[in-house]
Design a binder for this molecule. Structure first.
Ligand SMILES: [Zn+2]
Length: 749
């Protein structure tokens, strides 16, 4: 048997290409037909069978939180004990059919007569047991209770007694809350977390019947702390891979200790914490996923800085990558998120609903949230009917929302360490760099209506990857030797790859390698440092031997010799017969100088290979991010063509119709559910949804596993059964209209 290295070397063969054609053929003349952009001639997708269905589950053997379908929270303010009508609060959440409510214990202000030192009583508490009254009201209505704490801030008297609890700046000064300077930021490496938080948990366990514990405000999301206190100054420098490992160790150590404290009273109680930060996360998500009983994605709504409509779905895909089917929920703020944001005013109903839609579609449980109960149960009560109607609708279809596993056949490596730690290439240093890269590939996958999952870089074992026809590596710069070997094993087993830019050029400690870690597999060799753009970015010259029979990744590019390249590229040594070569960038202004000094090189812009049944494509440019920055349709087409080529046109689900949608397809307890989210909206990437713009017919096709028969197809929003056709085990049906969201549930026997 060939070993990995000999396999890579002996079967390596670049796509054979004849010599370049005459690219400046003067006989070419323009016609109306030439200048119009024809659609790419696409072969119809080849539907492959869905995998053999999972064995039935015994709900009684599942942890109790798996049965939670809806989560509610009125986030409590210091003033609420003076104004909130507890019965009205409890009646509302009960009427919305939520299974569990969050009730504030906190750690900043006690909502009960706490005796823990420095757990300051709220100034409207007046000795009352507000927390206990709320717990009793919830339990009376058969709702479970999460005891919610906030360990991230405390007051001056605590600071005076425990100066070691504070986060410190480099000059030794205390870090304070930017909005309330009387509150200092507590350091997660200090004894505040070892002593103070456990004392509150034990006090709650001694006094009340709660179902689990949660901390808000810790650990941080999507970024790492920067503290220079006595403990932290002995840790590796903030923002480095070594610091990230120490940070994850501390988070998981505290998490497991708090979990043990939660279980001191009830064996099925547990602890969980604020999570989210989507692809960046905070702690290592692979490790967190193995420990967490409940993943609380605190991704409450769109902001000006992060305004893409799919923010919640993207988070759901991250959860699916690391949770092995465990419980996940995402907080939908019914209040106005963003900057500026109003914590006590309702947001647009269409926007709030879309966030709930995305929670459900991506396999998470809907969680509805408002802040404060002025005037009894809110001065602004418009959010209440929106949420209650929505949650009650989901309750009618709970069985169809039992997402057991995604059936996607594309895996997109998220590269959490790259997302958190890699600063971007020297030519484009920016914290937004990887964010833009992720948005670019996400947008492209949605527009191509591909079924895809996210894959964590620490979960690349062959068993985890075998369901995927192809893996995408959008500038996954940091990969360890082990991860590289796992990707090589995946290809050796028949998987395909698409990679770009600095993928594998750095190890897990962010040390730059002399050559790509995946050089052998991708058939590439770096020829120098990243080249950026000073004016006109580089072009990619088509080296096609036969314009009438272009390679599959060049389908639809007619009447042009070159394509846009990307903003940045890694220069490569020449490869054998490249399909696209680099025309180096040049001056953009003045236009008199806007022409290439060098029109033809041997530097590849893309390298394609076929190894057995694997197809491999590597782009030397940051094509996904450049697509996101520009929206250039050529880059989109190139990405779509390439994904279709590496997957050999295989699909597990086909959704055909007009419009910009996000699609999920799940194996469920009764069968399968195809979720369609309608993003065809002028507010898809700015501001909030004001209204929906319905889509016309969407035709869905799925090939059922052998021996599985479709019994019915039901539309959960429209509330009706659909006729369907079956031919050669392919189930086909058409949804005539999609408003903001539709779910087609196929029940099988
Ligand atoms: Zn510290």
């Amino acid at each position: 048997m060939l070993n990995r290295r000999s396999f890579l070397k002996t079967s390596a063969s670049a796509i054979p290409m004849a010599a370049a054609m005459n690219l400046l053929d003067p006989s070419l003349t323009l016609s109306a037909q030439d200048v119009s952009v024809p659609p790419a001639s696409q072969a119809p997708p080849r539907l492959i069978s869905l995998p053999v269905r999972l064995p039935p589950i015994d709900p009684a053997a599942e942890p109790w939180q798996k049965a939670i379908r809806r989560v509610g929270q009125s986030n409590m303010t210091e003033h609420d004990p003076a104004v909130m009508n507890i019965d009205e609060w409890a009646d509302y959440w009960h009427s919305a059919e939520v299974d569990i409510v969050f009730i504030s214990v906190t750690g900043i202000l006690a909502f009960y007569p706490s005796k823990v030192k420095f757990h300051r009583h709220g100034k409207y508490l007046n000795g009352r047991d507000f927390f206990g009254e709320c717990v009793a009201a919830a339990k009376k209505r058969s709702m479970r209770v999460v005891a919610r704490m906030s360990p991230d801030l405390n007051w001056g008297d605590a600071l005076e007694a425990h100066p070691e609890w504070a986060m410190r700046n480099r000059d030794g000064s205390v870090q304070f809350s930017s909005e309330e300077p009387r509150l200092f930021k507590t350091c997660m490496f200090s004894t505040y977390m070892d002593d103070y938080v456990p004392a509150i948990m034990r006090e709650i366990n001694s006094l009340y019947d709660v179902d689990c514990f949660y901390t808000n405000g810790w650990p941080p999301l999507g970024s790492l702390p920067d503290c220079h206190c006595g403990v932290c100054s002995k840790l590796p420098p903030a923002g480095t891979p070594s610091y990230w490992r120490a940070f994850t160790d501390r988070v998981l150590d505290l998490w497991q200790r708090y979990d043990a404290i939660a279980k001191e009273k009830k064996h099925d109680s547990f602890f969980f914490a604020n999570s989210g930060g989507n692809v960046r996360g905070g702690p290592n998500l692979d490790r967190l996923g193995k420990v967490a009983s409940w993943f609380q994605a605190d991704n409450q709504g769109r902001t000006y800085d992060d305004s893409t409509v799919w923010g919640c779905s993207l988070q759901g895909r991250v959860c699916n990558a690391v949770l092995d089917g465990k419980f996940a929920t995402n907080v939908t703020a019914a209040y106005s998120t963003g900057t500026p944001g109003w914590r006590n005013a309702s947001k647009n109903p269409a926007e709030a609903k879309m966030w709930l839609n995305e929670s459900l579609a991506s396999g998470m449980r809907p969680y509805y949230h408002f802040v404060g109960s002025e005037g009894g149960f809110g001065e602004d009560r418009r959010w209440q009917k929106v949420g209650a109607d929505y949650l009650r609708w989901t309750a009618r279809h709970d069985t169809h929302f039992t997402a057991r596993r995604s059936v996607a056949n594309l895996g997109v490596v998220i590269g959490q360490s790259t997302q958190l730690l890699y600063p971007g290439p020297a030519t484009a240093r920016s914290r937004a760099y990887m964010h833009e890269t992720t948005q670019g590939i996400y947008d492209a996958l949605l527009r191509g209506r591909f079924a895809f999952d996210f894959v964590h870089e620490d979960r690349l074992e062959l068993g985890q990857l075998s369901k995927y026809r192809a893996l995408l590596l959008p500038n996954i710069a940091m990969l360890s030797d082990r991860q590289i070997h796992q990707i090589e094993d995946y290809v050796q087993a028949g998987g395909s790859l698409m990679a770009s830019f600095e993928t594998s050029l750095y190890d897990e400690d962010l040390n730059r390698r002399s050559n790509f870690g995946l050089a052998d597999l991708l058939g590439i060799h770096t020829a120098g440092d990243v080249i950026g753009t000073n004016g006109n970015p580089y072009y990619a010259r088509i080296e096609s031997p036969d314009a009438a029979q272009p390679h599959a990744i060049l389908q639809g590019f007619i009447n042009t010799n070159w394509l846009p390249g990307a903003q940045n590229r890694v220069p490569l040594r020449p490869a054998q017969s490249p399909l696209l070569t680099v025309v180096p960038g040049f001056v953009r202004y003045p236009p008199e100088l806007a022409y290439p000094q060098v029109s033809h090189t041997s530097e590849p812009a893309v390298v394609l290979r076929e190894l057995g049944t694997s197809r491999i494509a590597y782009f030397s440019g940051d094509v996904e991010r450049t697509y996101w920055l520009t929206g250039h349709g050529d880059l989109l087409r190139l990405l779509h063509n390439t994904i279709r080529w590496i997957t050999n046109e295989e699909r597990v689900v086909s959704v055909e119709g007009d419009g910009f949608i996000e699609m999920f397809c799940w194996e469920t307890v009764p069968g399968y559910a195809v979720h369609l989210l309608n993003y065809t909206n002028p507010n898809a990437h700015h501001g909030w949804m004001q209204e929906t713009y319905p889509l016309g017919p969407q035709t869905i096709r799925l090939k059922l596993p052998q021996g599985v028969k479709a019994k019915s197809v039901e539309l959960l929003q429209a509330g009706k059964d659909l006729p369907f056709h079956i031919a050669n085990e392919v189930v086909q049906f058409t949804i005539s209209r999609v408003d903001d969201y539709e779910v087609a549930s196929v029940t099988v026997v």
